[in-house]
Design a protein around this ligand. Structure first.
Ligand code: FES
Ligand code: FE
Length: 418
């Protein structure tokens, strides 16, 4: 009988390149625990946006496995993160996902922390009690132009600033900090978090499963095998490629960085970006491919800006349109369940029912999320079947799935010493 470390090492070393993972990676509680330790406790995890806590005293809680984290807007308008654990006897300080406070007060014995996390009041502790060493435990937090990432480790990956320097110019024009959250959905997918990520990293499944998403997205952006295409398809694909090139040149001339950066499996904080043209009217991820919100984001004036996508490893993807942003955070719950938290952001001046229709704004991604949840559940059930064996990824359409899995295996190998 192998011990847990040897079991994991053998699976990591035995991974067959270009193939989906061994079933235990999706089903085993031991591997899930290793994922939470090696991946979710030691990498930069995307948790939300600055507009989640727009004003001083606003607090958001985020749960990552057994950890609960407070994201707090302080009196100096900074955003800080703390462990949501009282330093007296450990009670969870804040239960609500969102609230607004003057101070952070534990309701058990009224220990009180200011928005900087300092313990400012602890009744009946005696004259010798030193409050200064009982402040809330800080959690590393970074804001990438308003996108919030936390790292539970005291020694976080040091490549975040490099990612922020390279990604900042892409995201900045969309002015995340000047948005409001028009809508949030919390969807529990009945599958392992890696199936959620694998499903996100390809659009091989889009044509057969996403009738709404394929309205704004060009099919030729999904990847294809040229030898399987007829002359008309090939010509359309060439036309799409020419459009991609000219769009990049036009957008970059407007000061909007658009060309691909691909670093999904070449660094600890893996990421990728590219701004791509959209089909139809080319404006937004909506059913009529026009902007859903009358007020554009930031100082953007041209509606035809395509869609800027940003993917991070291990747990996020984002789409920046000219009129709104859709941002996704993947938070594992257990080996077979994953929370996908989606937020739709619009200019904070926009008024629902006047400047945008909420149903129109969220239609494409609400439908797509629900379709993806069903696909992830199908794969989880498949992985639980003794007949499952790792299957080959398409070299033409699932390259980014392979990069995600290669990244994951590399991170697990480094952590376990495999
Ligand atoms: Fe928080 Fe006692 S546990 S004040
Ligand atoms: Fe999908």
């Amino acid at each position: 009988m192998l011990d847990k470390a040897s079991f994991l090492n053998a699976l990591v070393q035995g991974r067959k390149a270009g193939h989906s993972l061994n079933a235990q990676f999706y089903t085993s509680p031991d591997i899930f625990a290793a994922d939470m330790d090696a991946i979710f406790s030691r990498h930069w995890i995307y948790v939300g946006v600055e507009p989640d806590v727009p004003e001083p005293g606003d607090v958001m809680t985020v749960d990552i496995g057994p950890s609960s984290i407070l994201i707090v807007r302080d009196d100096d308008n900074g955003v800080k993160a703390f462990h949501n654990v009282c330093r007296h006897r450990g009670a969870r300080l804040i239960d609500a996902e969102k609230t607004t406070v003057g101070n952070l007060v534990c309701r058990y014995h009224s220990w009180t922390y200011n928005l900087e996390g300092d313990l400012v009041h602890a009744p009946h502790m005696g004259a010798d009690f030193d409050r200064s060493c009982k402040g809330l435990k800080p959690v590393n937090l970074r804001s990438l132009e308003g996108l919030l990432f936390i790292c539970l480790s005291d020694d976080p990956p040091d490549d975040f600033d490099d990612m922020a320097a390279r990604m900042g110019p892409y995201i900045a024009p969309h002015k995340v900090r000047d948005t409001k959250i028009a809508y949030q959905s919390d969807l529990i997918e009945m599958g392992n978090w890696k199936l959620t990520l694998e499903n996100n990293r390809e659009c091989y499944h889009c044509e057969a499963n996403h009738p709404e998403l394929t309205v704004p997205l060009f099919a030729y952006g999904f990847g294809f095998a040229p030898e399987e295409m007829d002359p008309i398809d090939l010509e359309n694909a060439q036309r799409y490629e020419a459009l991609r090139q000219t769009s990049h040149a036009e957008w970059e001339a407007m000061g909007l960085p658009s060309r691909e950066i691909e670093e999904l499996d070449s660094r600890v904080t893996g990421f990728r970006t590219e701004r791509l043209p959209l089909d139809g009217n080319g404006e937004s991820h909506t059913m009529d491919t026009r902007a859903a919100c009358r007020i554009p984001l930031g100082a953007l004036t041209n509606a035809k800006l395509g869609g800027l996508s940003f993917w991070t490893q291990p747990n996020s993807w984002h789409h920046f349109l000219g009129d709104h942003i859709v941002t996704f955070s993947v938070l594992p719950l257990d080996a077979g369940r994953t929370l996908v938290r989606t937020k739709w952001l619009v200019n904070k001046q926009a008024v629902e029912g006047v400047d945008y229709d909420l149903a129109n704004l969220i239609e494409v991604w609400t439908a797509t999320n629900s379709q993806d949840a069903a696909l992830v559940e199908m794969c989880q059930r498949g992985a639980e079947n003794p007949a499952y064996e790792p299957g080959p990824y398409s070299p033409n359409t699932e390259m980014l799935v392979e990069k995600f899995v290669r990244w994951y295996i590399g991170r697990m190998a480094e952590h376990s010493g495999a």
